[in-house]
Design a protein around this ligand. Sequence first.
Ligand SMILES: [Zn+2]
Length: 270
Amino acid sequence: MLYRVEGLVIRSTDYGEGNKIITLLTPTYGKQGIIVRGAKKLKSRYGSLAQLFTYGDYSYYRAGSLGTLNSGEIIESFRELREGLEGPAYAAYAAELTDRAINDDEAAAYLFHQLKACQIALAGGKDPQIVLRVYEMKVASSAGYAPMLEECVSCGRPEGPFRFSAVAGGALCPQCRHRDPSALELEETVWKLMRVFSALDLRRLGNITVRDSSKRQLQLVLRKWLDTHLNLNLKSRNFLDQWEKYGDLLGERVKRPEPGAETEAGEGTV
Ligand SMILES: [Zn+2]
């Protein structure tokens, strides 16, 4: 059967002599594996359609579990995401997270638009420490693991101060915090940001400036959440960790100024 879909390449691996197998995230059919014959050949028309992060229109035949590319057009190549070191590392993390958290053939329209927005934001120079945190929340909720943030997961009380428990499923009130002694105490800003992020459509992400300490907490808390519920052990995250540590050691961790962002630390518009 011939399919025609829009898709984002979330994985691209070599296959046999000169071919590639790509995994597309599509709105209608979720993840689709497709063989792109001759993709590695120099003059291949389809080489760029098989590159990681490419957004295109793909038509392919599929009988079994794997399709074969028939033709395609690039809609947006996201070339910026393949340049340098930092961009590819962040975008590769988003792609691998998607690939690992989502099952094949599951309709994924919402996540498709969120990933596309994530790539646009990263390519446009928005703060990756914010973009990725919002995207992680989108992936978690698409996989059926949205944290409870508004009220205590255990008793339903809406009054805090809450602690965050990944095992329990989100907020724990003062009466229930004994249920998880390892529950994290978070800055009020971090709670606020997580609530905003969980409701936010990434396509509507504006400029936002967040203190480094809040970013670190956000990163830690979402990492704990994903590790507890999805347990993916992503290669791209190990790479990002090493890269970030290396930058810190050299004391020249790249600070990316945002276009039009406020200068002092604090929250901007989301
Ligand atoms: Zn409670």
